[in-house]
Design a binder for this molecule. Sequence first.
Ligand code: VNL
Length: 394
Amino acid sequence: MQKRSFLHAALAAGVVFAGSAAMAQDSTFRIGLILPMTGQQASTGRQIEAAAKLYMAQNGDTVAGRKVQLIVKDDTSLPDVTRRLAQELVVNDKVNVLAGFGITPSATATAPIATQSKTPEVVMAAATSSITEASPYIVRTSFTLPQVSVALADWAPKNGIKTVVTLVSDYGPGIDAEKYFKERLQFNGGQVTEALRVPLRNPDFAPFLQKVRDARPDALFVFVPSGAGAAVMKQFLERGMDKAGIRLIATGDVTDDDQLNDMGDGALGVVTSHHYSAAHPSAANRKFVEAFGKANKGMRPNFMAVGGYDGMRVIYEALKKTGGKGGANPSGDALLAAMKGQIFESPRGPVFIDAQTRDIVQNVYLRKVEKKDGELYNVEFDVIKDVKDPGKTK
Ligand code: VNL
């Protein structure tokens, strides 16, 4: 408690950070990776940690003459814990970059620390549009919910879906998904007849699904965070919603590659929109999926893994660009500048870190759950290229 209030005071005064940068004599480059390794979002932590380690195994742990050290911390997806860990990583471990952030509240809780300590914060998972506006030091390699939701609202009315009930987790990304899906569907002549929100922690979908059954819309649109999709799918099928003629459409968070293959054939035909599928047909992705599986007992990478893998790439490339001189680590400002504007081919397809918004510009794919070689996959059937986050106000 005492230590904590000291850190708070130091943060408020903004003094410790300036001193600590000068004190960090050794040239080890440290990345503080804060993830939910236990609790409800543990699969996100597991996927991102595995991807970060794969990136380092493939690209070495020395960059521009700096030894790179990854320090992984478990925040159990509680934002107060995230904030404390971020402070300790900056003050005690003198990390050069903060990274990870499984859920939106964890990413935003860290933003003031990134700003005051001038430490780049690479958001690899969380996906509320406004996160990048919480600090000028935030760079994102995941996605945003507005980015992926709009594509589905364009697809639906062209495919016989006019009335929709929305069901989202009741916090940042869910509210983004609800808003952007609804506005676009209405623009396209469709209608959201009811907007339902379920709590993020320990959600019980049953009473909500019963309401949807009674309302009988053409489709149910769902966003729940990675890890919760299988429960939604199970209860949707158990209630015979599909047999009652209600289609399930969703963001790709629901048909998450981490869980999809265990959802059973009831998931076949579900249409989603998202930025990454393990079935994305490119040579770069095939290589990524194979290497990821080989290093992790056959595990299939999901969209969280790709956010972590690309986040490491953005950090490595920024260090390459800035870290070659003088025997010292580059400043946070120099690193941040070198992260902006990066263009590269990700396993998900071509991506671009917009220098103005520090957010990722990427393709959004429409996909349908199909069986391939006896396993369930999100098979892409259409693409909207180079989508910027529609949620940005400036
Ligand atoms: C968030 C968005 C988290 C999408 C997710 O899974 C997700 C977030 C943990 O911004 O909190 O799939």
